[in-house]
Design a protein around this ligand. Sequence first.
Ligand code: PLP
Length: 360
Amino acid sequence: MEQFYTQLSEQYLFVEVSKKIKAKKDIIDLSVGDVRLPLPKAICEAGERAAREMGNGDQFRGYPPERGYDFMRRAVKEYYGDRVALCEDEIFISDGIKSELSMFLDLFLGAKVILQAPTYPAYLEANILKGNKIEFCSSPPDHAVDLVILCSPHNPTGEVMTLTQLKEWVDYCLRCGATLVFDAAYEAFAAEGEVKSVFEAEGARECAVEMCSLSKTAGFTGLRCGYTVICKENRLNSAWRRVKSCTSNGVSYITQRMAECALTSALDGIRANVDYYLKNARIIMEALYGMEFSGGSSSPYIWLRCGADGFDRLLDCGVGVTPGIGFGEAGKEYVRINSFCLRSEAIEAAKRLKSFAQTH
Ligand code: PLP
């Protein structure tokens, strides 16, 4: 029996990073990509109402439907609106992308997989656990693989794919019969006119699977709710329905009611929170004038080139970030700065980063 978990690296780096940041007295911690703002009131009220229903004999609910409640799948469909026409049978409610992707990879055991470099570490580790053969490519290669996993807006670089770039990947997957998993965790940060969904690319309905999450869109990192879209033209639509029914019992009624509210009546509230983080990112970016970086304008992340010792030097300036090497070799000259912080922290961090940029 092969035990692929033994191939996972020890998490020394992130443990060390967190220890070093915590040991500092006067530090603004912009390392962990977790949201900071409370949920809009309407979402909490939807949760309270749902909790009360669960205490009422007529309204109590047990296991949720395997693909999610109809009301939630309808809310996702409406959220996509005219951008992408979907039907409810193409939408699967999940408890977030991390676990959904890991379960989805059960359809691709021992597969050849393409990841972007640098990469969100969970993709790498989930594929290692399934015994998959991983390669890193920035554009479609001239050989076939089984699966491509792309993320846009990208974690950690903050870059957004153009429709042309996306279409190249879709065409490649159609040509070689590969599946394209598109992680749209940060779609809410993409600007008007930028790509938000893989289904904007022609041909994607046949080969793509979109995974999305309310974690960053709506501040649900602690609540856990997301959704996966697999169109009817894709043979994996029915396969996923079958596999999901034997790997998960779904997302709680209360959470789905809160998520429904987030994507419908509380849209302005969640949009305001995303705009707040984007303004933080602008404040931070302005301080980095003259330095080389990407992201920040359509992403909560700023990917700053400041050398392999950048993390330690920024720590000395009182700003905690994530060393780029945590996202693979391609990140070793970089750090990731995130803007999921309070405004006062963004302003103070910007002051410190400005002196860092001036002396860099
Ligand atoms: N995908 C990307 C690119 C992420 O950065 C993250 C979280 O940081 C996730 C997925 C995890 O999302 P979820 O909270 O839905 O599991």
